[in-house]
Every structure is written in structure tokens, then in C-alpha cells.
Ligand binder design. Structure first.
Ligand SMILES: Cc1cc2nc3c(=O)[nH]c(=O)nc-3n(C[C@H](O)[C@H](O)[C@H](O)COP(=O)(O)O)c2cc1C
Length: 188
């Protein structure tokens, strides 16, 4: 059975979309290990109550959420995944991934996973994707084993620098990344 890691980071407004994408993966028969960044795991917002949301994720996947650096570290050689998905991926996590900063459960999971050149699929959701984080996108697009879920400008007038992944393409994105391919078109 294909083993996926599925990591939420703190783009709280896309939690429900990502949860539905996760449900699609579970229903498709993937064995999913849930992961949450510390911010995603502990922060109550107008979009989600942290404890309720994490309970739903654990119920859906049948597994406890990894939410510390220490517990994410074995997701390398010791306890490998076939694919790691970060969905949603914040601008913050993207910037850290691009520059090799590892100080959260999400970035630790990615570091552990990428050291074996296993595929990482990023579903970006960030208001500064086309400003401060554009360089991070280009750095990761050219990095081995890193793929993006296709994304679009969700509100070009109101949020001119924002990009949000299309979470409904998750199953296609996962299949492509598992085959070493970038699902295209990348910008939709
Ligand atoms: C209500 C709320 C919504 C947020 N939405 C986003 C978002 O959509 N995209 C983003 O990049 N950051 C967003 N942030 C900011 C991140 O949560 C913040 O940068 C945090 O440090 C991310 O940590 P993480 O990447 O480790 O999860 C939001 C913060 C709050 C409180």
C-alpha cells in the first residue's frame, strides 16, 4: 500500500478544502500519516478550532498526528513515506523549504523525506506568493523531487500577489508526483 504523509500548515482558510482532498486520498486507499505544523496544530482561528480539526483528521486517517520536530524526524530512513504532501503550504513554510530552514514539524518532515530523494508535493496558499515568496517558488520548482499542485490567482484585484493551489486536483497531483512528474499546467 502506498504510504503518504499529509501535512497541514497554517493557511487556515484552506483547511476545509485540504480536508476534502485528504478524504479523497483516504477513500482512494492510500495509507495516510497526518502531520501538522505547530502553528496549524495549536492555533484556534475563525476558520477552525484547533482541537476539533485535528480530531477530525485523526478520525479520517485512523492515525495520530505528528506535530513536533522530534516525531517528524524518523520520517526519513527509519519510517519512510512514498510521498509527502504539504497542503496547504504557507508562504512561511515555503520560504523555509527553499532555504533549508528546519524548525517546525512540517519542515522537519520535508527534510527527512527529501534526504532520500522521495517526492514532495506542495499545495501552496499564500497572499505573498508572487511577491516575497516568488523566489522560493522558483527555487523549489527546479529542485529535484519537489512538485507543486497546480495553482491560480484566487483574487487578482483584491489580493494581487496571492496564489492558491487547486485542491480538487490532489489525486492527479499525487499520481503525477509518485511517477516523478509535475502535473501541468502549473498555473491555471
Ligand atoms: C487566520 C489566519 C490565516 C492565515 N492564512 C494564511 C494563508 O492563507 N497563507 C499563509 O501563507 N499564511 C497564513 N497565515 C499566517 C501563517 O499561519 C503564519 O505565517 C504561520 O507562522 C505559519 O506557520 P507554519 O508555516 O509553520 O504553519 C494565516 C494566519 C492566520 C492567523
Amino acid at each position: 500500500m502506498t504510504r503518504l504523509g499529509y501535512c497541514f500548515t497554517g493557511s487556515f482558510c484552506t483547511f476545509e478544502r485540504s480536508f476534502e482532498a485528504l478524504r479523497g486520498l483516504v477513500n482512494a486507499g492510500y495509507d495516510v500519516q497526518p502531520i501538522m505544523s505547530e502553528n496549524a496544530y495549536y492555533t484556534d482561528t475563525r476558520f477552525a478550532v484547533a482541537e476539533e480539526f485535528s480530531h477530525r483528521v485523526e478520525e479520517l486517517t485512523g492515525r495520530k498526528i505528528i506535530h513536533t520536530v522530534k516525531d517528524a524526524e524518523p520520517l526519513g530512513p527509519k519510517n519512510p513515506l512514498d510521498l509527502l504532501v504539504i497542503a496547504p503550504c504557507t508562504g512561511n513554510t515555503l520560504a523555509k523549504l527553499a532555504r533549508g530552514i528546519t524548525d517546525t514539524s512540517a519542515t522537519m518532515a520535508a527534510k527527512a523525506h527529501l534526504r532520500r530523494d522521495r517526492p514532495l508535493l506542495i499545495a501552496l496558499s499564500s497572499n505573498d506568493a508572487m511577491s516575497q515568496n516568488l523566489s522560493g517558488i522558483s527555487m523549489l520548482l527546479t529542485r529535484k523531487s519537489v512538485y507543486f499542485l497546480p495553482m491560480s490567482q484566487d483574487d487578482p484585484t483584491g489580493k494581487p500577489y496571492s496564489l492558491v493551489a487547486d485542491f480538487t486536483l490532489m489525486r492527479e497531483g499525487v499520481l503525477a508526483a509518485l511517477s516523478g512528474e509535475q502535473l501541468r499546467p502549473l498555473f491555471i
